[in-house]
Design a protein around this ligand. Structure first.
Ligand code: 5GP
Length: 121
């Protein structure tokens, strides 16, 4: 599968659509999720064109991996959830219902989060 340059996060990176930025550096952009699922819900995306964790973990350069995950930790500290706790979540592919085909990590926190997964119905 080829990277889709018209996905919504690619447009956010190109500043074609607005976002509420929390943090930005050479490797990552972090912004508030438009439909927050917790009191704190921030998305962190790499600057490079990676579809998902599967693509990123195979094809990102070591500096990109290091820079990205350092940014994830930094963002969690910036929004204050390092003190109270937080959960990281990254969806890959159909079973996970990944909506946006640009790799992203959700940081959720700001209150007790409940079980890891919704009950299977
Ligand atoms: P996924 O299901 O792909 O892991 O999560 C995609 C996330 O992106 C969802 O939580 C959704 O609310 C968020 N999202 C989708 N479109 C936009 C947008 O235009 N702006 C922001 N800030 N978040 C978005």
């Amino acid at each position: 599968m080829a990277y889709d340059r018209n996905n919504i996060f690619a447009k956010i990176l190109r500043k074609e659509i607005p976002n509420k930025t929390v943090y930005e550096d050479d490797f990552a952009l972090a912004f508030h999720d438009i439909h927050p699922q917790a009191p704190v819900h921030v998305l962190v995306i790499p600057k490079g064109d990676f579809i998902s964790m599967d693509d990123f973990s195979q094809n990102a350069k070591p500096a990109e991996v290091q820079g990205f995950f350092a940014a994830v930790g930094k963002v969690a500290r910036l929004v204050g959830v390092d003190k109270t706790g937080y959960r990281l979540l990254a969806n890959h592919g159909a079973d996970s219902h990944q909506e946006v085909p640009h790799f992203h990590v959700h940081i959720v926190g700001g209150g007790a989060l409940g079980p890891l997964l919704a009950k299977r119905g």
